[in-house]
Unconditional design. Structure first.
Length: 657
């Protein structure tokens, strides 16, 4: 990057925590936050060693926190011995065995609950089933499951016997499974016959069969199948085994396998659009510590909370804040099989009402789609149980933040806008809700012990108000350790020599305002160079969504003979998509003028394309690589099997205004 990214969004609204919330918060007031920050700055490794002793249950407590001798291949708590499942289950058996651990609501509304004692026994039985099948410490197990209690059991059982799991999101294609099996050399796959989403049955076992038929998966010895839908599946004798048959007669006690704090807990592949998937490898002790401390600090978890993170376990959010963090703290959490708009767009709000959810954590994409579905819909439900809201996945535009605050939170719930990544393992920059005054659209300040900064292309800090590369200057416990069997790519991608080889490069552009608050400006790859100005996509999108006509927007660039690159906007309107050319042009011109007034003429989109929605994966992630191809007029040759709505591409390709 030859020059700084320009910040073009200005947000001045400030929302301090209420005195009532702050009074009972785990971290109460900015002075308490600053005390933690100062402790970490004074003795970085010692701070995290204290946290590890305080918040985790060790079989052998570590005596040393951090080994930097082979940077950037850092090691944390290597001489300690621990088991993640033991921390999530066993340590609650004496204190709260009958407390609800999981509340599961199926796609059709059926509710199933399980206590900590019952979950412990089911995890032990399945762990014993895995061992009986020959799965041992260090083996890789691929999990391709519906969102369910059984998915959590599978993950916990792997952790219990120190097998390394790799969860693949249930919306991914057979090819995605094949690539991940081959790279991890998994010997076991855990799947289901199918899953239900939005009233539809989606086959899972069929995708596994197709993946294994592609070749390169010779390592697979067994496929364990949970019966969820009851549909007929192809069966391969000698390889396939029903879940219920595998656990039949297995003891409901299984001693945990204690391992070094550095033992790999899981590999989670990032879904890159091209090339070999990146197998992000996380450790045991450091990863769990990050999940636990961030649960306490950011979600301000208390014993009576009902916590709901809407993420699927196929994503890191579903690892840290579904399968591990809440259970390690003994929380009661809600998990959900379906989608937010089935049987209608009030599903999330009804579930919050019915289960008396107190902490709700979801993605800005879901929030924006629910705004489009019915701005006043949440007011038809009793949301009085809520005390804290959170967002995850991408920056939230200020107007969506305000809707979340006023309509869902009824102006009384703090919002924790969390910045983190698959690679970081847990929250890095986020408000502490009893301490940090929040600004709509800002993830605010780094967590204690996280040395976040914004630098230029030479690695030097930039002045406040200027954009640059978001980096983390010191290692932290929950960081990825390497890319599975690809250390060279790990080093080149995340710790490039251009930044000294020891500084973590997040891949996001960001800026800090005069109060030191962080504003994420989008992926560096999404930065547009328009007439010599480097513009972040997030700020232009936020401007568009602030217009009362717009429900959702995504912007990318395309080559332009005059300005080098031109801004292309893909817009979903709150009203019906315009099909009349003159009407579409009128709306496009109105939105151009709006962006000019909000930001300036440099950010004005040259092209507008309108769709009923945007191309998204089944997890709700906008597939920007497809938008770039459409903007450039290229034929779409990329894999679109993970798209929730492939028909939308034809709409968006039709015409630009």
């Amino acid at each position: 990057m030859s020059q700084a990214i320009e910040s073009i969004l200005h947000e001045t609204r400030l929302f301090p925590p209420s005195p009532e919330f702050a009074a009972r918060a785990n971290v109460s007031g900015m002075a308490a936050y600053q005390t933690l920050v100062d402790r970490a700055q004074a003795d970085h490794a010692g701070f995290w060693l204290d946290m590890a002793h305080e918040h985790l249950t060790w079989h052998k407590p570590p005596t040393r926190a951090l080994d930097e001798s082979n940077a950037p291949f850092y090691k944390w708590f290597e001489d300690g011995e621990i088991n993640v499942s033991h921390n999530c289950l066993d340590r609650h058996l004496d204190t709260q065995p009958d407390k609800l651990a999981l509340i599961f609501e199926a796609d059709d509304g059926k509710v199933t609950t399980i206590t900590y004692r019952a979950l412990y026994h089911r995890v032990c039985a399945f762990a014993n089933a895995l061992k009986a099948q020959g799965v041992k410490e260090g083996d890789r197990v691929l999990i391709y499951m519906p969102m369910s209690i059984e998915a959590v059991i599978a993950m916990q059982a792997c952790a219990r016997i120190a097998a390394i799991h790799s969860v693949v999101f249930g919306g991914f294609s057979a090819k995605s499974i094949q690539e991940r099996v081959a790279d991890a050399e998994a010997n076991t796959i855990i799947t289901a016959d199918g899953q239900f989403r939005g009233g539809r049955e989606i086959p899972l076992k069929k995708a596994v069969d197709e993946a294994l038929a592609m070749g390169g998966c010779e390592s697979v010895e067994r496929v364990i199948v949970y019966r969820r839908t009851g549909s007929t599946v192809q069966w391969h004798e000698g390889r396939d085994l029903w879940w219920h048959d595998a656990i039949a007669g297995q003891p409901e006690e299984c001693p945990p396998t204690f391992v070094s704090g550095e033992h790999p807990l899981f590999i989670l592949y990032t879904s890159g659009s091209t090339g070999k998937p990146k197998g992000v490898q996380h450790s045991t002790g450091g990863y769990l510590l990050g999940a636990v401390t961030s649960m306490r600090w950011v979600f301000d978890l208390h014993p009576n909370d009902i916590f709901w993170c809407t993420a699927d376990v196929g994503w890191v959010t579903g690892h840290s804040y579904v399968a591990y963090g809440p259970l390690a703290l003994g929380a009661t959490e809600l998990i959900f099989e379906g989608i937010p708009t089935y049987p209608d767009a009030g599903r999330f709000w009804k579930m919050i009402q019915d289960h008396r959810v107190t902490i709700f954590y979801t993605a800005p994409t879901a929030i924006r789609s629910l705004i489009k579905a019915g701005t006043d819909l949440p007011r038809q439900y009793d949301l009085s149980s809520l005390r804290l809201l959170g967002t995850v996945g991408e920056p939230i535009n200020p107007e969506a933040w305000m809707w979340y605050h006023t309509v869902v939170g009824q102006e009384r719930c703090p919002i924790v806008d969390t910045w983190w990544q698959t690679e970081t393992g847990c929250h890095m920059i986020a408000p502490l809700p009893g301490a940090t005054p929040t600004k709509p659209g800002s993830c605010t300040l780094p967590l204690p012990g996280i040395a976040a900064a914004i630098v230029d292309e030479t690695g030097h800090d930039v002045a406040r108000g200027n954009g640059g590369f978001l980096v983390i200057k010191k290692p932290w416990p929950s960081m990825l350790r390497t890319l599975w069997r690809d250390p060279e790519r790990y080093q080149a991608t995340y710790f490039p020599n251009d930044f000294g080889g020891k500084t973590y490069l997040a891949g996001d552009g960001a800026q800090r305002d005069e109060d030191g608050y962080f504003w994420i400006m989008g992926r560096i790859d999404d930065v547009m160079n328009v007439a010599g100005h480097r513009l972040g996509s997030t700020e232009i999108e936020s401007s568009l969504v602030a217009n009362p006509l717009v429900a959702e927007a995504a912007v990318v660039s395309r080559p332009d003979d005059v300005t080098g690159e031109a801004v292309c906007a893909f817009v979903v309107l709150k009203a019906a998509r315009p099909t009349d050319h003159a009407e579409a042009k009128r709306i496009a011109d109105e939105l151009r003028n709006w962006v000019t007034q909000q930001i300036g003429p440099i950010a004005k989109p040259k092209d507008f394309r309108f769709g009923d929605n945007l191309p998204k994966t089944r997890s709700g992630k906008i597939m920007r690589r497809l938008l770039r191809s459409i903007a450039k007029g290229e034929a779409i040759t990329q894999d679109v099997t993970t798209l929730e709505n492939p028909a939308i591409l034809e709409q968006l390709t039709a015409s630009a205004y």
